[in-house]
Ligand binder design. Sequence first.
Ligand code: DX5
Ligand code: ZN
Length: 217
Amino acid sequence: MPIIAPSILAADFLHLAEACELVNDSEADWFHLDVMDGRFVPNISYGMSIIAQLRKAGKKFFDVHLMILEPEKYAEEFKEAGAEGLTVHWEACPNLHRNIQQIKGLGMKAGVAVNPHTPVAFLRDILGDLDLVNIMSVNPGFGGQSFISYSIEKIKQLRKLIDQTGSGTLIEVDGGVGLKNAREIIAAGADVLVAGNAVFASSDPLGTIHQLKYAHL
Ligand code: DX5
Ligand code: ZN
């Protein structure tokens, strides 16, 4: 069964406590929290103080996706804010191995995200150190974009690589994921579906989460 991770970026920011309750009461497994710095990506979202507030209401795993430069400067603060998993971008980290060791040393699960133009083969040597790979299926920075179709091929390639190395790394797919494509994404080998607008812009968010959870059947 896939892990479902609703992205709070698509929630109503005036009612974040309700968004947390909704995820708590749903069949979703994780909270996906998108942090943007206006430098690595052309948008600014929210940071550790909002995550620390959400932590008071959110009862599930906090999967924090850092779309920021120099994430090593802030890893400890995100841990203190309540992050349980921290994902940094391949493109933002010239010393990626060091970032991964830092995240694990702080007691969090370590993830690496790859932009649409970054081949998954670039992760081969570090895969054994990773708890999660986030395959970005849109260009990071905004919710509500369309799924880039060749991401399916990248998921398949990464699935093969992970199965060959036996690393047990989870494959997360992020951007434009919804009821239309969830089944194909899972069939390609994804373990975690991030869904922002598909959940929060739905007239029935709980029902949509349920359908995503069972999309593989
Ligand atoms: C995009 C973020 C995503 C985003 C997904 O930069 O990393 O997590 O919130 O939103 P949807 O599901 O609406 O594409
Ligand atoms: Zn994300």
